[in-house]
Write a protein that binds this ligand. Structure first.
Ligand code: FAD
Ligand code: UDP
Length: 365
């Protein structure tokens, strides 16, 4: 009998396991995958740390979280400055003076503002109701059409008009020549990869891989006094109120016998006709000088039961459905739901850490 069974060896589950162990609790972690780390898993290929589930850049504005994660790794000074390709045109992201200048030939912030304001006026949007209107009212129609519409519609598999506005607000819009994708004070990549962080968290803790909770549900329900569940909350409840929607991804990685494929860690492919959204060249996250390179194409795909649920689709319909599951979860006296799937939220790594620390504090007060 364990004090805690933790379902999922991702960042949430592993961090919680670390805190539980530190507090003298007896813990078992299980994961259905054949490795720990969940989506932040990195694998060393040709001495390059490959982000197996897409680009992961650590960034936070919260000094406590930065200090916390730095116990487990040294971070380098990587700053994410993705490139956007639209056909044969190349732009800087996030949307900033470099983007505006390349697109319109403008030089000053005032000229850029004038262009954007004119396009907003023409679009006649007063209160943005969806992602399309929100995007146009932030950066105007030209940028929306080249760099947002195609990327967004293939990423989410639905029209930008049918998506919530908040998704696009994650990306900064700046009237300075600054290509840093994030506004946060702290940013970097853990030297040696993310998997080492998870291994340190799980050091000395019982871990069972290739183990699906649902294969032996009754057995696992009785194996511990408390259960932290970081899988899909709707699956836990047998989809009793219906399925929550997710977006899935397909990753295609190849090693190339050249030193430098694209000159940047992240290059987005913004037109709809290219089936992938981005190509990651992993060595550039750690300023690698290896003779070979490893790249990953990321294709958005529809999610069906059994596929990996990479992104929650947090529109009104799904959020309302999630609320019903959340209500049901409140009546549990043994099971707590955590993480991106258990809480059905778009969590960056710092949000995940914050949520796991909050739960730890509650459990071990
Ligand atoms: P997960 O990593 O999904 O872990 C859940 C684990 O539970 C998985 O290992 C799964 O196998 C296991 N599991 C599920 N069901 C069962 C079951 N029934 N039985 C046993 N095990 C089960 N964040 C950033 O801060 N910066 C970024 O640049 C960034 N980029 C991202 C890019 C992509 C493509 C994605 C998908 C996410 C990105 N994130 C990024 C978010 C980051 O991945 C998450 O914050 C973090 O991984 C969440 O951890 P978690 O433990 O909640 O979930
Ligand atoms: N987006 C876009 N063009 C880009 C990059 C992003 O239109 O070149 C939109 C897209 O809708 C995406 C959202 O902005 O889902 C958030 O982008 P972010 O880079 O945060 O996506 P994530 O890394 O979470 O996939």
């Amino acid at each position: 009998m364990y004090d805690y069974l933790i379902v999922g060896a991702g960042l949430f589950g592993s961090l919680f396991a670390y805190e539980a162990n530190k507090n003298g609790k007896n813990v078992l972690v299980i994961d259905k995958r054949n490795h720990v780390g969940g989506n932040i898993f990195t694998e060393n290929v040709e001495r390059i740390n490959v982000h197996k589930y897409g680009a992961h850049i650590f960034h936070t504005d919260d000094k406590r979280i930065w200090d916390y994660i730095n116990q487990f790794a040294d971070f380098n000074n990587y700053i994410n400055c993705p490139i956007a390709r639209y056909k044969n045109e190349v732009y800087n992201l996030p949307f900033n003076m470099n983007t505006f200048s390349r697109l319109w030939g403008v030089i000053t912030p005032e000229q850029a503002r004038e262009r954007i304001n004119q396009q907003i006026k023409e679009a006649n949007i007063i209160e943005p109701q969806n992602l399309e209107e929100q995007a146009i009212s932030l950066v105007g129609k030209d940028i929306y059409e080249k760099l947002i519409k195609g990327y967004t519609e293939k990423q989410w598999g639905r029209k930008a008009k049918e998506l919530p506005a908040f998704i696009i607000k994650r990306i900064p819009v700046r009237f300075t020549y600054n290509n840093n994708y994030f506004n946060d004070r702290y940013q970097g990549i853990p030297i040696g990869g993310y998997t080492n962080i998870i291994k340190k968290m799980l050091d000395g803790i019982d871990v069972k891989l290739n183990t699906d909770f649902f294969d032996k549900r009754e057995y696992y329900m009785n194996s511990a006094k408390r259960i932290i569940f970081t899988g899909m909350i709707d699956e836990f409840y047998n989809y009793c109120f219906g399925e929550l929607e997710y977006r899935s991804l397909k990753f295609e990685t190849e090693v190339l016998n050249i030193e430098n494929f694209q000159g940047n860690a992240v290059v987005n492919y913004n037109e709809f006709e290219v089936p992938y959204t981005r190509i990651i060249e992993h060595k550039h996250f750690e300023f690698g000088t290896q003779k070979k390179t490893a790249i990953t194409r990321e294709y958005p795909v529809a999610w069906h039961r059994g596929d990996e649920p990479y992104y929650a689709i947090n529109n009104e319909k799904n959020n309302n459905l999630y609320k019903k599951y959340e209500e049901l979860a409140k009546s549990e006296n043994k099971v707590v739901f955590g993480g991106r799937l258990g809480m059905y939220k778009y969590f960056d790594m710092d949000d995940t850490i914050k949520a796991a620390l909050e739960l730890s504090k509650k459990e071990f007060k």
